[in-house]
Design a protein around this ligand. Structure first.
Ligand code: GUN
Length: 293
């Protein structure tokens, strides 16, 4: 392996130390702690894992954290009423509704119902619009976390070719927008690739910065990566693995060993972008709290 690891643990711990210190200052000044709420509907193993991690991390920086669990049978109207309650509760600074939602609930309606000032996932179209216009706002937590990581390692982005694989609303689209904006990190020439892209290798071999958010475990191998590239792996898929006591292991969208042999920097899975998503969420929650005051 020749690549340097972009270590989500180191960066997220550093950011959490900063957040913890800021919160301690607010509390010393007589303010209450920031309060983050996570809503989870139904039983999804991966969602439970994410939400448990969000709760643990928000508490570790001194935030109040509440998880609201509702049964799979909750109706859309009931969830929208719950969101209305969270929107108007002055003791709550930010909240997220964990995705995926049960099929009978329209996730778009739910996203639109969240008050933009409390939308610490950065999913509301009002926040998307501000982001696209380059106006300071709550950014989607995963792309924001990736920016924070690039910044921590002082990775040069200006003038670089950045290829984003994936066009989801929560990662691919905002990531491409942020990497092309006139700021640091940014100022890249961005190409977005997706499932209908012909000759993917043509693009990836020219990518100085490669962000992979396809959701396909280990789809990008070292042979299609430009030597010296910075490789950001957003994937976290549970793959059956009889050799693991849990019965599964977590795979990224990048084949780590072959990619690390050619890249200059690479994020591991786990221990990379997943931790940065949490850091992005905590930064957003602190921002929502400080903006409100
Ligand atoms: N499901 C997978 N990732 C996320 C996320 O960042 N936020 C929410 N709310 N749901 C998710």
């Amino acid at each position: 392996m020749s690549a340097q690891i972009l270590d989500g643990k180191t960066v997220s711990e550093h950011l959490k130390d900063e957040i913890r210190a800021r919160i301690a200052k607010h509390i010393a000044n007589g303010q209450r702690a920031p309060h983050l709420v996570a809503v989870i509907v139904g039983n999804n193993g991966a969602s439970e894992t994410y939400v448990a991690s969000k709760e643990r991390n928000s508490k570790s920086v001194g935030m109040d954290s509440t998880v609201l669990r509702f049964p799979e049978t909750m109706t859309e109207a009931e969830l929208l009423a719950e969101i209305e309650r969270l929107n108007s509760d002055l003791s709550i600074d930010g909240f997220i509704v964990q995705l995926p939602l049960p099929k009978h609930i329209d996730a778009q309606k739910v996203t639109f119902a969240i008050k933009p000032e409390k939308d610490v996932d950065g999913f509301h179209p009002y926040n998307t619009g501000l982001m696209l216009k380059g106006i300071d706002t709550l950014l989607p937590a995963t792309p924001y976390g990736i920016l924070l990581m690039l910044e921590y390692y002082k990775i040069e982005t200006s003038g670089k070719n950045c290829v984003v694989i994936g066009r989801s609303d929560i990662v691919g689209k905002p990531m491409a927008a942020l990497m092309s904006r006139n700021a640091y990190p940014g100022n890249c020439t961005v190409t977005m690739c997706h499932s209908k892209t012909n000759n993917l290798e043509f693009y990836t071999k020219n990518a100085d910065i490669l962000v992979v958010a396809s959701g396909i475990p280990e789809m990008v191998k070292g042979d299609i990566i430009k030597p010296g590239a910075v490789v950001i792996d957003v994937g976290i898929t549970r793959v059956d693995d009889a050799s693991n006591p849990k019965g599964y292991s977590i795979k990224g969208d990048v084949h780590f060993e072959s990619a690390a042999a050619v890249a200059s920097y690479i994020t591991p899975v786990p221990g990379g972008v997943g931790l940065m998503t949490i850091a992005g969420l905590l930064q957003n929650t602190l921002k929502a709290y400080e903006t409100k005051k």
